[in-house]
Design a protein around this ligand. Structure first.
Ligand code: FES
Length: 177
């Protein structure tokens, strides 16, 4: 019954019913990033469509191994970018995409940056990726795209030469004994 405008409450509301959560089976592109400071991770899938001769984002989804703010921001972002061209989506900052959460605490800005980076990574993979990632042709029906598979599979594929996935990984912890 209570309605709070606090940042914490808005995050809680967003993650209580996150939008577009989960792997997208028929995605055209995927981007995965790791947060440099916190070690969290976010992956975003994009599906494009042709609209009035222009390629726009048909839908987006995400998975997050991260904090609640990142989940809330990704939920908002995947809704906001629907119908936008890649250049329109790229013009949005993480903070702008998470605007509905209200003013962000300084310690949470990087969480929205991770969403922005995942989006940029997916778009970059699509636009500059291998031909397999440019799956906007209708003839791809039924054929598995490179965006399928587990997170580990994707990372291994990316490490082997990249198949539409750009992974920004943190350096491994040093294990000097
Ligand atoms: Fe890591 Fe928010 S604390 S993404």
């Amino acid at each position: 019954m209570t309605h709070s405008d606090s940042f914490e409450e808005k995050v809680r509301e967003a993650i209580a019913n996150p939008k577009n959560l989960g792997k997208m089976e028929d995605a055209d592109a995927v981007g995965t990033v790791g947060g440099a400071g916190c070690g969290d991770m976010l992956r975003m899938w994009l599906k494009f469509k042709d609209q009035d001769g222009k390629k726009v984002i048909d839908k987006a989804s995400f998975q997050s191994f991260g904090c609640e703010t990142a989940i809330a921001a990704a939920s908002l972002a995947t809704e906001l970018i629907k119908g936008k061209s890649t250049s329109e989506a790229l013009a949005l900052s993480g903070v702008e995409m998470a605007a509905d959460l209200g003013p962000l605490p300084p310690t949470k800005i990087h969480c929205t940056t991770m969403v922005e980076d995942a989006l940029r990574s997916a778009i970059a993979a699509h636009e500059g990726g291998s031909p397999e990632t440019k799956a906007s042709e209708p003839s791809t029906e039924g054929s598995p795209l490179t965006t399928q598979g587990s997170l580990l599979d994707q990372m291994q594929n990316a490490a082997k030469g990249g198949q539409g996935l750009r992974v920004v990984m943190l350096p491994p912890e040093e294990d000097s004994s």
